[in-house]
Design a protein around this ligand. Structure first.
Ligand SMILES: [Zn+2]
Length: 164
C-alpha cells in the first residue's frame, strides 16, 4: 500500500477498534441538510464525498472522508464535548492531510459563498436545529512539494456540483 492508503487503513482501524468506545456515523446517500459532514449530527453525505473524486492532485474523496471520520473519532471518544474548531483542525492534520498526501492551508476567502435559505428541522436523531443552505464557490489551498494549488468547490444548496 502507498503511504496514503496506509493512513486510510490505520484510520479505519482506529475508528473500528472494539477496545475503545464505539464510533457511530450515519451515512446519507444524498442530503441537502448536510454539506459533506455534520459534526453534531454525526452524519456524512456520501454524494458530496464522491463528488470530489480521485482525479485531482492535493484533494480526494478519501481525504475528505478521512477528515469526517477522524472528526467523529475525536468528538465521540472525546466525550461529545463539541469543541468543533479543535476537532476540525486535528482532523485536517491527522486525517485529511495524511490520506491526501498534501497539506491543507489555512482557510482563504470565498467571496461568492453565501447563505441562500434556512429553516428549522427535527433531525432523525431527535435533535432540533436550523438547516442552513449555502451556495457559491468555496476556496481551499493545498500545499505539496513546494507547490500551492487552489481548489474551488462549486456548491449549490449544500451539494458539491463542481470542482475547479
Ligand atoms: Zn471538519
Amino acid at each position: 500500500m502507498s503511504t496514503e492508503q496506509d493512513a486510510f487503513y490505520n484510520l479505519l482501524k482506529e475508528a473500528t477498534d472494539v477496545s475503545k468506545p464505539q464510533v457511530s456515523i450515519t451515512l446519507l446517500e444524498d442530503s441537502e441538510e448536510v454539506f459533506v459532514g455534520s459534526y453534531f449530527l454525526q452524519t456524512i453525505d456520501m454524494k458530496d464525498i464522491s463528488a470530489v473524486g480521485t482525479s485531482r492532485d492535493f484533494v480526494s474523496s478519501s481525504g475528505l472522508l478521512a477528515h469526517e471520520i477522524k472528526e467523529q473519532i475525536l468528538y465521540q471518544r472525546g466525550g461529545f464535548k463539541g469543541d468543533f474548531g479543535k476537532d476540525h483542525n486535528n482532523a485536517i492534520l491527522t486525517g485529511e492531510n495524511l490520506v491526501n498526501g498534501s497539506i491543507r492551508m489555512p482557510d482563504i476567502p470565498s467571496p461568492s459563498f453565501r447563505l441562500v435559505n434556512s429553516y428549522d428541522k427535527t433531525f432523525s436523531n431527535g435533535k432540533v436545529g436550523k438547516v442552513e443552505l449555502y451556495s457559491g464557490l468555496l476556496n481551499f489551498q493545498y500545499h505539496y512539494g513546494g507547490k500551492i494549488n487552489t481548489i474551488s468547490l462549486l456548491i449549490e444548496k449544500n451539494n458539491i456540483i463542481g470542482l475547479y
